[in-house]
Design a protein around this ligand. Structure first.
Ligand code: COA
Length: 388
């Protein structure tokens, strides 16, 4: 149904401060990360994301998310041991993933699998900080196993169990493809996980915080976050970028494709951002590693297309690529199926979600905003026999 607005509606000036899409609205305080649109910067707990990507592993960043500080060597060893010990998922859950319809999108699979994991956890209603921390590490460890299991089953292949002597990135390649690729490829993937880990009050994180604010559990908040991330205006954009590039097919056609798309007022996936208006701070790092992937596979097609599309969009509209623009082709060049790009984003963003869920729970007030009513004025119910 189209939006109905009562024609006699008289705006009440003091209530008309509607911020459509909550643009510019400061909802709460947070110490997890800061997006600074003026300087195009993003810091996780005070550390610039580019620094973290070049100098840390995804595991160190996950620890930082959960604990507020980077780990020292022995803290990282303990954390890694715990995470690796949690990677296996139950046979029942494996069978649930296997039983999902072949055509269901992997984001629907991971949403279902995380929900099922919550059903299996007897501590689901225990939201004490120590238990939530443990659940967060369990999700960090198990989500890659769930995604990889779905990846294998959708291709009619057998599940490959996780290995405890590999990093999260290496183990994911192992579980999907049965082997770990060259170091540069693993690094490019690890960097993508770091860059995708956290991004302040984005739509899925805000969703997770809203669910947490009702004193619901960490799994429910994560499932809600996955639902929000799936949309093409949010995490789903990395898949759409690659579909678009495949549709364009030839780098020589990219410039004209973009000119036509803009003339038709199309929303071009992988461009634009609610907060950044002159460039996404994560893009240069991810672009660098997408280029590494192009060099590894010895094919510059996607990077040439990347550069042409970006050039026209920036010249004509001053709209810059967001992280999904380089991440899409990077994952494609790593060999992943396109509809697994957003579930990979989930593997990373579970860290940011959990950090925000724990932060919300520690200082909670139910999130309950207002709306401005523009519907029908108050009226009386007519008995059904008298209704026309
Ligand atoms: N392609 C073409 N034009 C775009 C655009 C895009 N990707 N993103 C923004 N614009 C234009 C809009 O058409 C609008 O122009 P107008 O003022 O002439 O109507 C203007 O820029 C503002 O865009 P708007 O959609 O109002 O911004 P928003 O803050 O509500 O939305 C996004 C932000 C990210 C949802 C939006 O840029 C988008 O849809 N991008 C594509 C999806 C994507 O890559 N999402 C991943 C985000 S990390």
């Amino acid at each position: 149904m189209a939006e109905y607005i009562n024609p006699d509606y008289v705006p009440e000036p003091e209530k008309m401060n509607v911020k459509k899409g909550l643009e510019g609205a400061v909802i709460d305080t947070s110490s997890v990360s800061k997006v600074n649109a003026e300087t195009n910067s993003l810091v996780y707990r005070g550390y610039p994301v580019q620094d973290l990507a070049e100098n840390c592993s995804f595991e160190e960043v996950a620890y930082l998310m959960y604990n507020g500080e980077l780990p020292n060597a022995s803290q990282l060893a303990d954390f890694t041991k715990k995470e690796r010990g949690y990677r296996e998922i139950s046979t029942t859950l494996l069978n649930v993933i296997k039983a999902l319809p072949q055509k269901c999108h992997p984001m629907d699979s991971i949403r279902t699998a995380v929900s099922f994991q919550g059903c299996e956890d007897a501590r689901i209603w225990d939201s004490t900080p120590a238990t939530d921390m443990d659940k967060a590490i369990q999700l960090l460890a198990k989500i890659p196993t769930m995604v990889a299991a779905d990846y294998r089953f959708k291709k009619g292949l057998d599940f490959i169990p996780p290995k405890a002597d590999l990093s999260i990135a290496e183990n994911f390649f192992h579980m999907c493809f049965g082997k770990v690729p060259a170091k540069e490829v693993v690094k490019a993937f690890d960097v993508s996980l770091i860059l995708y880990a956290e991004h302040s009050f984005n739509a899925s994180t805000f969703t997770a915080r809203v669910v947490t604010s009702t004193q619901s559990d960490l799994y429910s908040a994560t499932v809600a976050g996955i639902g929000a991330l799936k949309g093409p205006l949010h995490g789903g954009a990395n898949e759409q970028v690659m579909h678009m590039m495949i549709e364009i097919a030839d780098p020589a056609k990219a410039e004209q494709w973009m000119i036509d798309a803009l003339a038709q007022k199309k929303k071009v996936m992988g461009f634009g951002h609610r907060v950044y208006k002159s460039g996404d701070s994560r893009v240069p790092t991810m672009k660098k590693y997408a280029q590494v992937m192009a060099d590894v596979i010895g094919d510059q097609k996607w990077m040439k297309m990347y550069n042409s599309l970006e050039k026209v969009m920036v010249e004509k509209k001053k709209i810059y690529p967001n992280l999904d623009f380089p991440a899409g082709p990077a994952y494609y060049m790593m060999g992943f199926e396109i509809d697994f790009f957003t579930p990979i984003f989930v593997m990373a963003r579970t860290t940011g979600w959990s950090a925000h869920i724990m932060e919300q729970a520690a200082n909670n007030r139910i999130i309950r905003p207002l709306s401005e009513y523009v519907g029908s004025p108050q009226r009386k119910v007519t008995p059904i026999s008298e209704r026309k």
